[in-house]
Write a protein of this length. Sequence first.
Length: 349
Amino acid sequence: MPDLEAISTVGVIGAGSFGLAVSNLLAHNVDVLLFSRRASLVEEVNLHHRHLDVKLSNRIQATSDIQEIAERCFLLFPIVPSASFRRMMRNLGPHLRPYHILIHGTKGFDVHGMEDDENTLQEISRQDVHTMSEVMRQESVAVRVGCLSGPNLASEILEGQPTATLIASQFKEVINLGKAVLNSRHFHVFGSHDLIGAELAGALKNIIAIGSGILAGKGLGKNIQAMLITRGLTEMVHFGDAMGADSSAFFGTAGIGDLVATATSSNSRNFTFGYRLGRGETREEIAHTMPEVAEGVRTLQIARHLSKNAKLHLPIIEVLYRIVFENYDINRALEFLMTFPYDVDVDFL
């Protein structure tokens, strides 16, 4: 297995804010090749070392050639929205070989063959829902895969603020290599072998962040926000258990750590989406004016239908779904959650 000294260039696929943040982190240790389909973006990065008003390291180059990034980099970090992830892997897959290592940074679900159509999603089961690591294996010959989880607020990373993250994989060499290329003075990387737990925690906490943002948008305080986060964590654990994850994954860096960061920060896209809902904007208005996708909206839609078909009792997810997708009155929703008969505080330990 090559060590850090043997790595010449690491690839990042996706030039959103988190892709840029990861690229800058990697550039502390290695050269980086950043992929984007947009020729104008590639030119901006290569000529000016800037994008999204972010200063990029001189060790970062950009390309719009997916074959080039596969040929030059055996370690790749795919970081694209979940709705586009399978399409990206189908383009990348033919250029991959068994020696490639993929560590994704996407927090969401893939629903294969179902184009997020509301009527179709109502019928989904566990077999229809895939994590990004499953998609990477399905669409390529790559075997050694992992995920980069949180807490990873891109804006704070780009500012150089200290934080930690988690790389999860079934393979020790994936974790060790991910640590080698990402560890720095301000960025500490933990490791875990519970891949599905880390992926589910990273996806589901975005739902709770939307709810927390709604409370803030309504002008409510920290007491009810704390209640929502705590009960939301309970629902994340129950949903994860139904999906085959170990509950312990939700109590580490990728679980409660990422949940607290995302559900309390205005730098979180999902919190901001919820905040604007709480202030009276509609889902469509927010979606048209947000510069990047709030993954929690799509995750909420998928999680609600899957949990309903699996007969899981998750009142927060159900109420948030009705607010976001059915324009349910927020005040009535909050009243329902406040009066819901939670008989046990902690029921999963």
